[in-house]
Design a binder for this molecule. Sequence first.
Ligand SMILES: *Cc1c(COP(=O)(O)O)cnc(C)c1O
Length: 429
Amino acid sequence: MKNFSSSITQMDSTVATLISAEKKRQYDCLEMIPSESFPSKAVLEALGSVLNNKYSEGYPKKRYYGGNEFIDQVEQLAIDRAKQLFGAEHVNVQPYSGSPANMAIYFALLDFGDKVMGMSLSHGGHLTHGHSVNFSGKAYNFVQYGLDKETEQLDIDTIRKMAVAEQPKMIISGYTAYPRTIDFKEFAAIAAEVGAYSMVDMSHIAGLIAGDAHPSPFPFTDVVMTTTHKTLCGPRGAMILSRKEDPLREKYHPESTLTLAQRIDKAVFPGLQGGPHEHAIAAKAVAFGEALKPDFKVFAQQIVKNAKVLADSLMEQGLRLVSGGTDNHLLLVDLTKIGVTGQQAETALDKAGITVNKNTIPFDPRGPFDPSGIRLGTPALTCRGMKEQEMKDIGLWIAEVVKNHGNEEKLLRVHENVLDLTKQYKMYD
Ligand SMILES: *Cc1c(COP(=O)(O)O)cnc(C)c1O
């Protein structure tokens, strides 16, 4: 018989030690990567549960395996809570992560080679929105839009003109490094005008949408993808939310009787995936339950408030923010003016205990491997309970570090401040 009773510390001290070290790193540093957050202990418990052990290919009440009485209830609960949270007609909670979920959407609605419009990676889009190294850019004919050079924001008229000229089958909005509000209604209107599917990838801002801190893409968007581990503060994973009926069935699939919902479900399984990760689906249900509670709105709005205060604090120190500020949880800092590269800033901030990532800025003269900016965000720190005063201080520290990135003594001093601060915000124990 296998050893079922020993803890990981007893069974495998090598891995246990690494987990402890990573836990300490997460506690001690200021986690400011905008795609990260800290889920509740309840979410982590569901992830570490015996639901991991079960095969349940298929969907609730339509499985290819026996023994799914309780699994069906878990998955149905996740679906029902997601529907309630966002007001969607149909939800599939099985996607393993954001990238395969986007793949499933394309597989459901497009034929290989079809034309799709998405934002380029260098302006804030995601790899899976048509980048040439990604499956999306190889399997489909992506035409890519960017931001306006003056405002560094979306220019909806330029995007409309491109859609009219290109006649894509699908138009994607929703990004990974865009600090401003997205007008999803306008995108849906453009898609309707040119007879394209409207798709929103709300991975970064799903928690803000759930907490009424960003306008929602529902009910007018055809299909919406979100990861569940970013501002939604759930387990690593994703889901697809969509209309039930296919508004473009006659135009694009005249010989088919499938609804949009059926197309999505078939594309996820058996199209792309095998057995669903029911432990992750249980953790999604727990996270959606948390997001349905009234205090999640307070949390989501605090994320945005914190980002605004951080933005002001950085700008007061003379740093330039792309687009001049933020409406959401993230900020892009252009370091050109102070003569520091994104890589230098990332490395120096790391030494001071502040975790961010280097990032291209729109129209970046330096290129993607050594870009001109850094991207930072407030979700993880807001999870820990930090508010405006902390953001103000952190803004000062970040400015101090990037301006003195070669001065080890100054970095050390900021690091001490960081440790003093993080000590006051306990997690998981
Ligand atoms: C994070 C993200 C994804 C991909 O999610 P993974 O879980 O990392 O595969 C897709 N789209 C957008 C906009 C994202 O921000």
